[in-house]
Unconditional design. Structure first.
Length: 180
């Protein structure tokens, strides 16, 4: 019994001595934030606002996106919003995942309100620009949201969700390209 007690005390002594050494390991140096860049000469994404998209045009944009999704057998949620990011037309294809309903609307809203593709916010996060999360609590930083332009003016946006980000973006681009 005496050797067991001695071995137990020795093990405890080793752990007690090693613990402070391990606990005092200096933390890893965090990576330096990426540079913010220079000051551009012109305002980026300065797309003028036009008259908001109406239901008839939204249905045409939706049909173009749905047709491509059906052709590829991808089950998508597709949202078309006006210049304010408010829903004009929505479609959840048969079998599309329920969680993607609000995501598709959020992608469209992000593209409309910020006048740029939602993928750009995803890219900013990926390169370490965490400030993006402070811009708007409803911002969706994921591929699949495109502004809708008519005669060079923003009339709304389309958002798709249900596949990968690249699949979502490809389907939305079909709808956005109809407006050009």
């Amino acid at each position: 019994m005496r050797p067991i007690v001695s071995m137990t005390l020795a093990a405890c002594a080793v752990i007690a001595i090693a613990s402070p050494v391990l606990a005092q390991t200096p933390p890893a140096t965090p990576p330096a934030p990426p540079p913010s860049g220079g000051t551009p000469d012109v305002m980026p994404f300065d797309i003028p606002y036009g008259v908001s998209i109406g239901l008839d045009k939204a249905k045409q944009v939706m049909a173009a996106a749905e047709n491509e999704a059906k052709r590829r057998n991808w089950k998508m949620n597709i949202a078309v919003v006006d210049t304010n990011g408010e829903l004009v037309h929505f479609s959840r294809m048969e079998g599309a995942q329920i969680a993607s309903v609000s995501i598709s609307i959020g992608k469209a809203r992000t593209a409309a309100r910020f006048r740029r593709e939602s993928r750009l916010f995803y890219n900013a996060f990926e390169t370490g620009h965490g400030y993006v999360s402070t811009l708007d609590p409803t911002l969706v930083a994921s591929p699949g949201g495109f502004p809708l332009l008519e005669a060079g003016k923003l009339v709304g946006a389309i958002g798709c969700s249900g596949g990968t980000g690249d699949q979502d973006a490809l389907i939305c681009k079909m709808g956005a390209d109809l407006m050009k």
